[in-house]
Design a protein around this ligand. Sequence first.
Ligand code: URA
Length: 272
Amino acid sequence: MTPEPIPDIRQLLAFYVEAGVDCALDDAPVNRLAEPEPAPLASAPVAREAPPPQPFRATPAIIPPRAEPPPPPDAAIASAREAARTAPSLEALRALLETFDGCSLKNTATRLVFADGNPQARIMFVGEAPGRDEDIEGLPFVGRSGKLLDRMIGAIGLDRSKAYIANVIPWRPPGNRTPTPQETQICLPFIQRQIELVDPDVLVTLGNPSTQALLGTREGIMRTRGRWLEYDTGRRVIRAMATFHPAYLLRSPSYKRLSWQDLRAIAKVLSS
Ligand code: URA
């Protein structure tokens, strides 16, 4: 049998990227298979013989970050609420997030993705979480779905200088995985405060995760989209509408027709 050719570094990296490993978390790889087994619990039967040594195999280095472990979720949620509540301005809120250590997504993200657009805008769009392009640039919706969002905003006669754009989660989840409910709960007070500070006339949630997190809906986006809902900042009730996430529209272009209807309803309210 002819032995498999050994891949060169480019081929290996291409394999990792294809497998979803698109960011390095540490300077050097760690061979997890070579690490000793954790000590057995006191009550567990004690192994009499050491297991045979594991052969070395190159594995993608999924390495936990070296930073301090984040506080337990309840403490992190409480400290997020307290911190967000005290931010007097968007600049202060951004600065708070830069130093907030309660969400471990920060440890794997390249940078904070706070917002883009005009804080004085009458309309605010909120997505779920930054992806790879946003993580690199530090701005929300700059990748393929961002280009489509720009066209959606253009469809109501606006552009980024007349709209404000943010995400529920301001750090990219590693490999674009879905944020956990805990991560969402920890980040929620910050986006809620951001909405309160921007105080738009219309809030548009993009896709199910941001709709459920901000508008408290339980049904899917097919049912919630296109209906006027309310978002209460505590100081004012803002008109809110859910529509499809642009990434979803890229995968299912036939729904663009419905999102166009949503955008027309939004344009009508903005012009009244
Ligand atoms: N998807 C989102 O929800 N937000 C972004 O910023 C980019 C893609």
